[in-house]
Ligand binder design. Structure first.
Ligand code: MG
Length: 217
């Protein structure tokens, strides 16, 4: 069973939704175009990696990228949630890594295949503990920062999202339904790059949540 920490409590994780192409500068750095609605993909719960465990690299990839992202934890699920009510469904906010085998993703795009091999491998969903939503007055005003071996690598602000958290929740609840314990990776700002064995990745969400992982050697 897969759990995340919300304050002092363990919460069982349901679905893991991820949003792609949600920051204009990141859309541009990969040569993509902005989407007219949120680009959604999924990871299995077996992809979850809690803080402290080494990030495994899949043997079929030579180009695994970090994507540092705000992660929302759904406390109260629902269908057809209105945007105005959406944030009331969030139990907490954390920070995570949508680890991505970029070479496998390029191959999947070329062949028209799903992104599962690129995005859903074991350990590809790194998530911090979560701060209760009550501690976050505006989820669109949070700084996201990733340092790799002490060097700043990704820096963004959630105000730069093309689809804000409330719009994502509306969309996911309308098309797929949201459940208690679902996680939503909300997309990455610019600055994605490959990791190497032994790298240390340090993540910070506006000083509210910090986390770090080491890439397996
Ligand atoms: Mg991502």
């Amino acid at each position: 069973m897969s759990y995340v920490k919300l304050g002092l409590h363990n919460v069982r994780v349901g679905n893991i939704f991820c949003i792609g192409r949600n920051y204009a500068a990141h859309v541009a750095e990969l040569g993509n175009r902005p989407e007219s609605e949120p680009l959604v993909f999924l990871k299995p719960t077996s992809a979850l990696l809690r803080e402290g465990a080494p990030i495994p690299l899949p043997p079929y990839s030579r180009d695994v990228h970090h994507e540092c992202e705000l992660v929302a934890l759904i406390g109260k699920g629902g269908d057809d949630i209105a945007e105005a009510d959406a944030l009331e469904h969030v139990a907490g906010y954390g920070i995570g890594l949508d680890m991505t085998a970029r070479d496998a993703q390029e191959e999947a795009k070329r062949k028209g295949h799903p992104w599962t091999r690129a995005k859903a491998f074991r350990g590809s969903a790194c998530v911090s503990s979560f701060t209760p939503a009550a501690n976050v007055s505006d989820p669109q005003a949070l700084d996201i920062a990733l340092r790799v071996n002490g060097e700043p690598r990704q820096q963004g602000n959630t105000g730069q999202m093309l689809f804000p958290v409330a719009a994502i929740i509306r969309h996911l609840s309308q098309h797929y339904g949201l459940s208690d314990g679902d996680l939503i990776f909300t997309g990455t700002p610019a600055g994605v790059a490959a990791v190497r064995p032994g790298d240390r990745l340090e993540l910070s969400l506006s000083g509210l949540v910090d986390a770090h992982w080491d890439v397996a050697r």
